[in-house]
Design a protein around this ligand. Sequence first.
Ligand SMILES: [Zn+2]
Length: 113
Amino acid sequence: MHEMSIIKGIIGIIGKEMKKSKLKKLHAVKIKVGELTAVEPETLRFCFEASIKDTPWEGARLEIEDVPLTGKCRDCHTKFRFHNFVSICPVCRGRAIEKLTGTELDLVSIDAV
Ligand SMILES: [Zn+2]
């Protein structure tokens, strides 16, 4: 499962951060998930909870910030949100689109003591 490998990666990063900062108890994790990643937030949450069950982190919350897929037209500089992943400028119908957001899958912050 794609989501499980993402969660494993995130948990690995959190583990390193917590060790470095000598933190013991994890309360919450905030991540950003772009629309283009095609990751299901509910599946992510399920994988996260399954991964921390019976560990000292059990009960920690996973907060997911959805990031819409947006782009900017290189011809007329219009910024817009993609519909159905079609990269055509809604104003000039140009196809030279630069992606602005929607591809990220980032750990934003952790709340731990
Ligand atoms: Zn345009």
